[in-house]
Ligand binder design. Sequence first.
Ligand SMILES: C[S@@+](CC[C@H](N)C(=O)[O-])C[C@H]1O[C@@H](n2cnc3c(N)ncnc32)[C@H](O)[C@@H]1O
Length: 324
Amino acid sequence: MFTACELGVFDLLLESGKPLSSDAIAACLGASTMGMERLLDACVGLKLLAAEMTLEGGKEALYRNTEISNIYLTKSSPKSQYHIMMYYSNTVYLCWQYLADAVREGRNQYERAFGISPKDPFGAMYRSDEEMLKFMAGQNSVWSICGRDVLAAFDLSPFTQIYDLGGGGGALARECVSLYPNSTVTIYDLPKVVQVAKEQFVSPEERQIAFHEGDFFNDSIPEAELYILSKILHDWDDDKCKQLLAKVYKACKPGGGVLLVESLLNEDKSGPVETQLYSMNMLVQTEGKERTAAEYSKLLEAAGFGVIRVRRTGKLYDAVLGRK
Ligand SMILES: C[S@@+](CC[C@H](N)C(=O)[O-])C[C@H]1O[C@@H](n2cnc3c(N)ncnc32)[C@H](O)[C@@H]1O
């Protein structure tokens, strides 16, 4: 799937508007016919492509996209997951080669995979600006599928002044202001990330979206009514989470709240399998892990938040709301 995305197989088949032979696909994409045919057949097995045999010109298979690849794997689709596929392919997949080491040592494998110290994978740790861009675009892509669900899980309309801590490329902020037109969302992220978000992802016309450059562990967090922490706590161990949540609690207006957006494990950790695998990914890549609703509730309570409510959306990401 990663390789077919990277080579542009799904884009070509979408643009061509008709099924193509493996020879034609290989020629268009500058690939070997032997390699391409095998890749295409494997994609048929994965149900990412469908093949029809034609009798014209000998017995030749003609390949076309399935609906799922048209929607999720072509670059131009509004629900495209292409960017996150590229990040998985070029970064995450490399870390997974050291899964056994990660399990043995109980720490991420950035150092082994990339020769970078495992200090802060999401801060100073991108191997290049290009990788940071890929990561930001990748993080954004999931919100075209489940952004609405996590933001509509609770009625957030009473909160108009919102900070999205570690808001990255801003796709969730955009969903938020579209769902809650009276709100202003400030994306708080590391300076370099904010600069790229401004230049590449959020247009100046999107007036309900503002920016704040800062390090949420070391710099101050401004006062607001609601803080969104989407896929933030899963990057960090319990101590760091408590430290961050305590700062958020202090900054939060009385009556305000914090919305955690995370993929929740079942209480007995028996699933969902996607979340279990995400947690393995957190092991190879970060200092964090995926948690159960009770674990997040405990972290929120330790910071002072109360009236904690949990909503499972039935999609990949869920929502937990705590109030001050
Ligand atoms: C896993 S991404 C989540 C992005 C976004 N919230 C989303 O759900 O798509 C983690 C984000 O936290 C940001 N981050 C990491 N360390 C940070 C820090 N110390 N201060 C501010 N932001 C930080 C990263 O730059 C990145 O944008």
